[in-house]
Ligand binder design. Sequence first.
Ligand code: UDP
Ligand code: MG
Length: 327
Amino acid sequence: MTHIEVILPIFNEVKNIPILLERLDKVQKELNEQALLTYLFINDGSEDGSRELLNQLHFSRKDIRVIHLLHNFGHGPALACGVEHFKGNIAIFMDADLQDPPEAIPEMFEAWKKGAKTVVAERASRSENNKLLFNTFYYLLHKVAPTLPPVDFGTHCLLDVSVINRIRTLKEKTRYFPGLVGFASPKVEAIPVHRLKRVEGNSRVGLKGLIHLAITAFLSFSSMPVRFVSILGLLASVTALISGTVIVAIKVFTSLAIPGWASMMSALAFGSGIQLLCLGIIGEYIARIYDEVKERPLYLVETLLENGPHRSLSLENSDLMPKVLRF
Ligand code: UDP
Ligand code: MG
């Protein structure tokens, strides 16, 4: 029987987990004998009772593995932990807030049976706020990063174990998950889904996190930002050359007074603004290069609960230590 492991990053989702599991259990019924669903919850430092709930679920059910991270590392690192610890034939990645409908799993599985190795849930429509922001982001990203799969998707996808194994070889710290999936896949198949609103609470990633993710996507899959700096520098030089020539010509050939303080101050302010912008863009690259060379792990595991209540492993006593620290 095919083993599907569903990988669920969790940060303060205590109210969503029971609803999510109820819906996933219905999917298991639908899949019947064809596939076995099990769950890998990555608890990313929750402080709302999710930890205790996941411990209880692990002790009462055989199909749940739980990894408690040491503290909150973020959505991306939690996904990286899922990639590293996945076991099975197929991985399904999805958010735990039910924005990604579990009911899409059977359709993804059908595509896998027909030979697809990567099936992503394309966000054909959205119920979220900030629709314009998301659409503009994907439009710009796909314009400047042609190597990315031209599909609007986030986390929700099915990956064959062969694709997971390829992603495991990608050691970069600046990780844009859909980009890594596209890079490691022979072909990306998409099924359209409607992106729903979060069932309970507000976004855990938040606007700040989304902006960080957007910058990561642009910097790691396109050299457009740094080219933009060069183009801006070139334009500024050409403008300076033309205006300098005009000013010299006015001075030499006419008796007109060169306009003074106001124009000089605005040119100065404009020039400094552009310089700071360019420094900021270069600084973003340097910050990421620094992250890469530090080789600090993306996440640290505190406890790993697996193989049923009697064989739960505490990380300190397990041979997983070197494997986890490899990131
Ligand atoms: N999440 C996480 N760590 C974080 C933030 C979020 O593991 O630091 C989880 C969260 O519990 C959810 C998924 O990542 O299952 C997506 O988060 P969220 O819904 O906040 O993202 P959004 O849909 O707003 O992009
Ligand atoms: Mg969400």
